[in-house]
Design a protein around this ligand. Structure first.
Ligand SMILES: CC(C)(COP(=O)(O)OP(=O)(O)OC[C@H]1O[C@@H](n2cnc3c(N)ncnc32)[C@H](O)[C@@H]1OP(=O)(O)O)[C@@H](O)C(=O)NCCC(=O)NCCS
Length: 121
């Protein structure tokens, strides 16, 4: 059964690269740091930011209760499929809500990124 769905759209150029410290978990940072082009870094960072906001919306708890770094969206296979993993407070909350699966999708086109998260119980 679906517990919640969240969506977020973001203008990529609103994302300052200095935000990477606040937004990215260690595993995401490892991927981010080997990206060469600034444009791709911004796109990757904006995608993570949007997916985390979409996750908070799907949880129905509002923004600001869970640190961005407690959520990580990394690739679950060589094809680039993104998968969301929760740590700390985010993990606790998923347990409390009995969430059994998290589905995440990210897209970017020119100046915008969009992310969708669906939570199942
Ligand atoms: C999935 C795919 C259709 C996306 O194509 P696209 O329209 O150029 O890209 P979009 O902007 O819509 O989406 C990009 C995002 O889709 C996600 N994505 C990438 N590959 C994916 C896949 N196989 N399944 C689901 N989501 C995928 C990623 O989150 C990516 O953003 P991120 O890397 O910043 O996290 C394309 O990457 C594809 O065909 N992949 C198949 C695997 C492949 O051939 N990979 C080559 C790797 S070098």
């Amino acid at each position: 059964m679906i517990y919640g769905v969240g969506i977020d759209i973001l203008k990529t150029n609103r994302v300052n690269l200095t935000l990477s410290e606040k937004i990215l978990s260690e595993r995401e940072k490892a991927i981010y740091e080997v990206l060469k082009k600034e444009e791709r870094k911004r796109e990757f960072l904006a995608g993570r930011f949007a997916a985390k906001e979409a996750f908070f919306k799907a949880l129905k708890i509002g923004i600001g209760k869970i640190p961005f770094k407690d959520v990580q969206i990394i690739y679950n296979n060589d094809l680039g499929n993104p998968e969301l993993f929760a740590d700390g407070k985010a993990k606790e909350l998923l347990g409390d809500l009995n969430i059994s699966a998290v589905h995440t999708s990210i897209t970017h086109e020119k100046d915008y990124v969009v992310a969708v998260v669906i939570l199942e119980i």
